[in-house]
Design a protein around this ligand. Structure first.
Ligand SMILES: NC(=O)c1ccc[n+]([C@@H]2O[C@H](COP(=O)([O-])OP(=O)(O)OC[C@H]3O[C@@H](n4cnc5c(N)ncnc54)[C@H](OP(=O)(O)O)[C@@H]3O)[C@@H](O)[C@H]2O)c1
Length: 222
């Protein structure tokens, strides 16, 4: 059975990707902090006939990333599809941004996917695919999104560089850029006035899964 590893798979887009890829026959490995959300996602996957394993991890902790990758290596588990999906957004006027906001945003949106990709690289084969969930905030700057855009531009640069570095003999690195989605991402923010009007993440997950088969760059603008 093929293995698919997804960070932040307990909610939103990550959960929809997990449900979809479990239906495509992958064993799903979900990793994030909230075990209640992960347990509920695992139950949903199993209820529809799929298989899932969950891991509690704060991706802001480099040592936790190393330990998780080491556990996979010990079990000799190869990863066929690796999805860097966990992300945070702190929005508002640039003048109100704090050092803590900068550290959290870059730890989760930039350092974590870089460290995870490096730690799991030995478990990827030349046939594996890595999908980095970026955002249209990685394509252009947006008002009151300076920090978020800066982090997603960084993830874009990382992804595009690996596409070139592994062009001939490595895993495929897919960059996915999407606009707003109706997910818990907006639960503690008033940056988006009506998140309910945004597309459901299931729609976006379906586009990603379909387009990632052929393309290294996926842009979903609505
Ligand atoms: N919603 C949008 O409008 C939108 C648009 C474009 C791109 N995106 C991107 O899509 C991705 C998924 O977001 P979403 O919209 O599905 O929102 P979401 O439901 O809030 O998902 C984000 C996930 O990231 C995980 N996460 C956050 N901090 C973490 C940490 N320190 N350690 C481990 N996991 C962590 C969360 O899990 P725990 O809380 O359990 O840790 C959560 O499951 C993000 O990269 C986001 O930037 C979202």
């Amino acid at each position: 059975m093929k293995n698919c590893f997804i960070t932040g798979g307990g909610s939103g887009l990550g959960k929809e990707l997990a449900l979809l890829y479990s239906q495509k026959g992958f064993h799903i490995h979900l990793a994030s902090r909230n075990m209640d959300k992960l347990t509920s996602a695992k139950k949903e996957i199993e209820a529809s006939g799929g298989q899932a394993t969950i891991y509690s991890i704060d991706v802001q902790k480099p040592q936790a990333i190393e330990e998780l990758a080491a556990a996979f290596q010990k079990d000799n588990q190869q990863i066929d599809l690796f999805i860097n999906n966990a992300g945070v957004g702190i929005f508002g006027p640039f003048s109100s941004i704090t050092m803590e906001d900068i550290e959290t945003t870059f730890a989760v949106n930039v350092y974590a996917p870089i460290l995870l990709t490096k730690a799991f690289l030995p478990l990827l084969s030349s046939n594996s695919t890595v999908i980095n969930i970026i955002s249209t905030a990685g394509l252009r700057g947006k008002k009151h999104e300076s920090l978020y855009c800066a982090s997603k531009f960084a993830l874009r640069g990382f992804t595009e560089s690996l596409q070139k570095e592994y062009e001939n003999d490595g895993p495929r690195f897919v960059a996915a850029y999407m606009g707003g989605m109706n997910t818990p991402f907006w639960d503690h923010s008033d940056h988006v006035k009506n998140p309910a009007a945004l597309p459901h993440p299931k729609q976006i997950a379906e586009r990603i899964a379909q387009e990632a088969e052929e393309q290294l760059e996926i842009i979903i603008e609505r």
